[in-house]
Design a binder for this molecule. Structure first.
Ligand SMILES: [Zn+2]
Ligand SMILES: [Zn+2]
Length: 292
Protein backbone atom coordinates (compact mmCIF):
# COMPACT_ATOMS: atom_id res chain seq x y z
CA UNK A 1 0.00 0.00 0.00
CA UNK A 2 1.29 3.42 -0.92
CA UNK A 3 -0.05 6.43 0.97
CA UNK A 4 0.56 9.83 -0.58
CA UNK A 5 -0.68 12.98 1.15
CA UNK A 6 -1.27 15.42 -1.73
CA UNK A 7 -2.15 18.58 0.17
CA UNK A 8 -2.19 19.55 3.84
CA UNK A 9 -1.79 22.49 6.17
CA UNK A 10 1.84 21.47 6.69
CA UNK A 11 2.32 21.91 2.93
CA UNK A 12 0.92 25.42 2.98
CA UNK A 13 -2.88 25.23 2.55
CA UNK A 14 -5.90 23.72 4.30
CA UNK A 15 -6.51 20.14 3.23
CA UNK A 16 -6.17 16.46 4.14
CA UNK A 17 -6.32 15.20 0.56
CA UNK A 18 -4.62 11.81 0.32
CA UNK A 19 -4.10 9.24 -2.42
CA UNK A 20 -3.97 5.60 -1.36
CA UNK A 21 -2.74 3.09 -3.92
CA UNK A 22 -3.03 -0.67 -3.48
CA UNK A 23 -2.45 -3.55 -5.89
CA UNK A 24 -6.12 -3.45 -6.90
CA UNK A 25 -7.21 0.12 -6.75
CA UNK A 26 -6.36 3.69 -6.13
CA UNK A 27 -8.45 5.84 -3.80
CA UNK A 28 -8.49 9.61 -3.56
CA UNK A 29 -9.71 10.90 -0.19
CA UNK A 30 -11.25 14.39 0.17
CA UNK A 31 -10.03 16.00 -3.08
CA UNK A 32 -9.74 19.71 -2.52
CA UNK A 33 -7.52 22.36 -0.96
CA UNK A 34 -8.52 25.78 0.37
CA UNK A 35 -7.12 28.80 2.18
CA UNK A 36 -8.22 30.21 5.53
CA UNK A 37 -10.21 33.29 4.45
CA UNK A 38 -9.29 35.32 7.56
CA UNK A 39 -6.35 34.86 9.89
CA UNK A 40 -4.95 37.58 12.17
CA UNK A 41 -7.49 39.84 10.41
CA UNK A 42 -5.67 39.28 7.13
CA UNK A 43 -6.77 37.69 3.84
CA UNK A 44 -4.61 34.98 2.24
CA UNK A 45 -1.16 36.14 1.17
CA UNK A 46 -0.25 35.83 -2.54
CA UNK A 47 2.26 33.10 -1.68
CA UNK A 48 -0.57 31.08 -0.09
CA UNK A 49 -2.65 31.55 -3.25
CA UNK A 50 0.20 30.30 -5.38
CA UNK A 51 0.67 27.32 -3.11
CA UNK A 52 -3.03 26.46 -3.19
CA UNK A 53 -2.99 26.53 -6.99
CA UNK A 54 0.10 24.35 -7.10
CA UNK A 55 -1.35 21.78 -4.67
CA UNK A 56 -4.64 21.73 -6.57
CA UNK A 57 -2.79 21.03 -9.83
CA UNK A 58 -1.12 18.09 -8.06
CA UNK A 59 -4.50 16.76 -6.90
CA UNK A 60 -5.99 17.11 -10.43
CA UNK A 61 -3.05 15.27 -11.87
CA UNK A 62 -3.14 12.36 -9.42
CA UNK A 63 -6.94 12.22 -9.61
CA UNK A 64 -6.64 10.86 -13.16
CA UNK A 65 -5.28 7.56 -11.93
CA UNK A 66 -7.69 7.13 -9.01
CA UNK A 67 -10.67 4.86 -9.52
CA UNK A 68 -12.48 5.75 -6.30
CA UNK A 69 -13.07 9.20 -4.80
CA UNK A 70 -14.31 9.62 -1.25
CA UNK A 71 -15.75 12.69 0.49
CA UNK A 72 -15.88 12.73 4.30
CA UNK A 73 -18.08 15.84 4.74
CA UNK A 74 -19.06 19.03 2.98
CA UNK A 75 -16.61 21.66 4.12
CA UNK A 76 -14.84 23.20 1.14
CA UNK A 77 -11.37 22.06 2.19
CA UNK A 78 -12.63 18.47 1.69
CA UNK A 79 -14.69 18.67 -1.53
CA UNK A 80 -14.75 20.95 -4.55
CA UNK A 81 -18.17 21.78 -5.98
CA UNK A 82 -16.52 23.82 -8.75
CA UNK A 83 -14.78 20.84 -10.34
CA UNK A 84 -17.45 18.14 -10.68
CA UNK A 85 -16.02 16.89 -13.99
CA UNK A 86 -13.04 15.38 -12.17
CA UNK A 87 -15.50 12.66 -11.06
CA UNK A 88 -15.93 11.53 -14.69
CA UNK A 89 -15.89 7.71 -14.78
CA UNK A 90 -15.10 7.46 -11.05
CA UNK A 91 -16.80 5.64 -8.21
CA UNK A 92 -17.85 8.30 -5.69
CA UNK A 93 -18.29 7.22 -2.06
CA UNK A 94 -19.89 10.12 -0.25
CA UNK A 95 -20.95 11.20 3.24
CA UNK A 96 -24.74 10.96 3.42
CA UNK A 97 -26.10 14.51 3.12
CA UNK A 98 -29.53 13.58 4.46
CA UNK A 99 -28.67 11.96 7.77
CA UNK A 100 -26.29 13.04 10.53
CA UNK A 101 -25.38 16.40 9.11
CA UNK A 102 -26.26 20.04 9.75
CA UNK A 103 -28.39 22.27 7.51
CA UNK A 104 -25.47 23.98 5.81
CA UNK A 105 -23.56 20.81 4.98
CA UNK A 106 -26.79 18.97 4.12
CA UNK A 107 -27.57 21.56 1.46
CA UNK A 108 -24.02 21.59 0.13
CA UNK A 109 -23.98 17.79 0.03
CA UNK A 110 -27.23 17.62 -1.91
CA UNK A 111 -26.03 20.11 -4.51
CA UNK A 112 -22.68 18.34 -4.77
CA UNK A 113 -24.22 14.89 -5.30
CA UNK A 114 -26.50 16.32 -8.02
CA UNK A 115 -23.53 17.90 -9.78
CA UNK A 116 -21.24 14.87 -9.81
CA UNK A 117 -23.99 12.40 -10.71
CA UNK A 118 -23.67 13.63 -14.31
CA UNK A 119 -20.05 12.50 -14.45
CA UNK A 120 -19.49 9.68 -11.95
CA UNK A 121 -19.77 6.04 -12.96
CA UNK A 122 -21.37 5.28 -9.64
CA UNK A 123 -22.38 7.31 -6.59
CA UNK A 124 -22.91 5.59 -3.23
CA UNK A 125 -23.54 6.67 0.34
CA UNK A 126 -20.56 5.61 2.40
CA UNK A 127 -21.59 6.10 6.05
CA UNK A 128 -20.91 2.89 7.98
CA UNK A 129 -20.46 0.91 4.71
CA UNK A 130 -17.75 -1.39 3.45
CA UNK A 131 -16.72 -1.63 -0.21
CA UNK A 132 -14.43 -4.19 -1.84
CA UNK A 133 -12.19 -3.62 -4.84
CA UNK A 134 -10.37 -6.88 -5.49
CA UNK A 135 -8.58 -7.64 -2.24
CA UNK A 136 -8.72 -4.03 -1.09
CA UNK A 137 -11.38 -3.15 1.46
CA UNK A 138 -12.60 0.38 2.04
CA UNK A 139 -14.52 0.71 5.30
CA UNK A 140 -16.19 3.88 6.52
CA UNK A 141 -17.10 4.68 10.13
CA UNK A 142 -20.59 5.56 11.17
CA UNK A 143 -20.85 9.37 11.24
CA UNK A 144 -18.91 10.89 14.14
CA UNK A 145 -19.13 14.52 15.23
CA UNK A 146 -16.97 17.16 13.54
CA UNK A 147 -15.03 18.14 16.68
CA UNK A 148 -16.37 17.92 20.19
CA UNK A 149 -20.11 18.37 19.46
CA UNK A 150 -22.50 18.26 16.51
CA UNK A 151 -22.60 22.01 15.87
CA UNK A 152 -20.29 21.61 12.88
CA UNK A 153 -22.08 18.48 11.71
CA UNK A 154 -20.60 15.02 11.23
CA UNK A 155 -17.78 13.38 9.29
CA UNK A 156 -16.97 9.81 8.26
CA UNK A 157 -13.55 8.29 8.88
CA UNK A 158 -12.20 5.84 6.33
CA UNK A 159 -10.00 2.75 6.60
CA UNK A 160 -8.28 1.28 3.54
CA UNK A 161 -7.15 -2.29 4.12
CA UNK A 162 -4.94 -4.45 1.94
CA UNK A 163 -4.05 -7.79 3.46
CA UNK A 164 -2.87 -7.11 6.98
CA UNK A 165 -1.97 -3.50 6.30
CA UNK A 166 -4.50 -0.81 7.11
CA UNK A 167 -4.52 2.97 6.86
CA UNK A 168 -7.03 5.24 8.60
CA UNK A 169 -7.83 8.79 7.48
CA UNK A 170 -9.84 10.42 10.25
CA UNK A 171 -11.04 13.57 8.43
CA UNK A 172 -12.06 16.41 10.76
CA UNK A 173 -12.41 14.80 14.17
CA UNK A 174 -10.49 17.81 15.48
CA UNK A 175 -8.07 16.06 17.80
CA UNK A 176 -10.27 13.04 18.51
CA UNK A 177 -11.80 13.95 21.87
CA UNK A 178 -14.86 11.72 21.48
CA UNK A 179 -14.80 8.06 22.32
CA UNK A 180 -16.44 6.77 19.12
CA UNK A 181 -14.02 8.79 16.95
CA UNK A 182 -11.12 6.87 18.49
CA UNK A 183 -12.89 3.51 18.87
CA UNK A 184 -13.19 3.26 15.07
CA UNK A 185 -9.43 3.68 14.67
CA UNK A 186 -8.60 1.20 17.43
CA UNK A 187 -10.94 -1.39 15.89
CA UNK A 188 -9.09 -1.17 12.56
CA UNK A 189 -5.66 -1.67 14.17
CA UNK A 190 -4.01 0.41 11.43
CA UNK A 191 -0.30 0.60 10.71
CA UNK A 192 -0.61 4.21 9.55
CA UNK A 193 -3.02 6.97 10.58
CA UNK A 194 -3.59 10.47 9.28
CA UNK A 195 -5.41 12.49 11.92
CA UNK A 196 -6.33 16.16 11.95
CA UNK A 197 -5.02 17.59 15.20
CA UNK A 198 -6.65 19.72 17.85
CA UNK A 199 -7.94 23.25 17.29
CA UNK A 200 -5.04 24.66 19.28
CA UNK A 201 -4.94 27.95 17.36
CA UNK A 202 -8.41 28.65 18.77
CA UNK A 203 -7.79 27.63 22.37
CA UNK A 204 -10.51 30.00 23.57
CA UNK A 205 -13.06 27.85 21.76
CA UNK A 206 -11.36 24.47 22.09
CA UNK A 207 -10.19 24.68 25.70
CA UNK A 208 -7.36 23.20 27.71
CA UNK A 209 -9.40 20.20 28.82
CA UNK A 210 -9.99 19.11 25.25
CA UNK A 211 -6.33 19.64 24.45
CA UNK A 212 -5.52 17.23 27.25
CA UNK A 213 -8.23 14.79 26.18
CA UNK A 214 -7.04 14.83 22.58
CA UNK A 215 -3.55 13.87 23.70
CA UNK A 216 -4.77 11.13 26.00
CA UNK A 217 -6.88 9.65 23.19
CA UNK A 218 -3.95 9.69 20.77
CA UNK A 219 -1.85 7.94 23.43
CA UNK A 220 -4.63 5.34 23.64
CA UNK A 221 -4.07 4.64 19.92
CA UNK A 222 -0.39 4.05 20.56
CA UNK A 223 -1.18 1.74 23.47
CA UNK A 224 -3.98 -0.29 21.93
CA UNK A 225 -2.90 -0.71 18.29
CA UNK A 226 0.17 -1.77 16.31
CA UNK A 227 0.45 1.72 14.84
CA UNK A 228 3.87 2.52 13.35
CA UNK A 229 3.33 5.88 11.68
CA UNK A 230 1.10 8.63 13.02
CA UNK A 231 0.59 11.61 10.76
CA UNK A 232 -0.92 14.66 12.42
CA UNK A 233 -1.87 17.72 10.42
CA UNK A 234 -4.68 20.10 9.42
CA UNK A 235 -6.06 22.10 12.42
CA UNK A 236 -3.03 21.56 14.68
CA UNK A 237 -0.65 22.74 11.95
CA UNK A 238 -2.25 26.19 11.91
CA UNK A 239 0.18 27.39 14.56
CA UNK A 240 3.92 27.25 14.58
CA UNK A 241 4.35 25.93 18.11
CA UNK A 242 2.16 22.87 17.44
CA UNK A 243 4.78 20.48 18.81
CA UNK A 244 4.64 22.17 22.22
CA UNK A 245 0.90 21.49 22.35
CA UNK A 246 1.23 17.71 22.36
CA UNK A 247 4.09 16.73 24.69
CA UNK A 248 2.26 13.60 25.91
CA UNK A 249 1.93 12.38 22.32
CA UNK A 250 5.65 12.68 21.61
CA UNK A 251 6.55 11.10 24.92
CA UNK A 252 4.27 8.11 24.36
CA UNK A 253 5.29 7.76 20.69
CA UNK A 254 8.88 7.34 21.78
CA UNK A 255 7.91 4.67 24.26
CA UNK A 256 5.84 2.73 21.72
CA UNK A 257 8.15 3.19 18.74
CA UNK A 258 5.62 5.24 16.75
CA UNK A 259 6.87 7.77 14.24
CA UNK A 260 5.00 11.11 14.54
CA UNK A 261 5.06 13.19 11.36
CA UNK A 262 3.21 15.87 9.48
CA UNK A 263 2.01 15.15 5.94
CA UNK A 264 4.87 17.27 4.60
CA UNK A 265 7.35 15.26 6.69
CA UNK A 266 5.84 12.01 5.44
CA UNK A 267 6.46 12.93 1.81
CA UNK A 268 9.96 14.22 2.60
CA UNK A 269 9.23 17.96 2.47
CA UNK A 270 9.83 20.54 5.18
CA UNK A 271 6.81 21.96 6.96
CA UNK A 272 5.66 25.24 5.46
CA UNK A 273 3.00 26.67 7.72
CA UNK A 274 2.04 29.54 5.47
CA UNK A 275 -1.26 30.34 7.19
CA UNK A 276 0.42 30.40 10.62
CA UNK A 277 3.06 32.73 9.15
CA UNK A 278 0.59 34.98 7.36
CA UNK A 279 1.36 38.02 9.52
CA UNK A 280 5.07 37.66 8.75
CA UNK A 281 4.42 37.11 5.07
CA UNK A 282 2.58 40.42 4.86
CA UNK A 283 5.07 42.12 7.20
CA UNK A 284 8.05 41.19 5.06
CA UNK A 285 6.32 42.44 1.95
CA UNK A 286 5.69 45.79 3.62
CA UNK A 287 9.32 46.20 4.71
CA UNK A 288 10.55 45.34 1.22
CA UNK A 289 8.26 47.86 -0.41
CA UNK A 290 9.46 50.59 1.98
CA UNK A 291 13.08 49.92 1.08
CA UNK A 292 12.53 49.93 -2.68
ZN1 LIG B 1 -14.52 20.26 8.31
ZN1 LIG C 1 -11.06 20.29 7.30
Amino acid sequence: MRIVPLAADSMGARSMCTLVETEDCSILIDPNVRLGPHRYGLPPHPSEKRRRAELWRGIRDKAKRAKVFTVSHYHYDHHNPDAPSMFRGKIALLKDHKKKTNTNQGNRGRRFANKIRKYAKEVAIADGQEFEFGRTKVLFSEPVVHGVNDRMGYVIEVCVREGRTAFVHTSDIVGGCMRDQIDFIVEQNPRTVLMDGALSYMMGVYGKENMELSQRNIVRLFEETDLRTFMIDHHLLRERKWMERIPLVFESAKKHGVKVLTCAGYVGRSDELLEARRKDLFGKRKRRSIRS
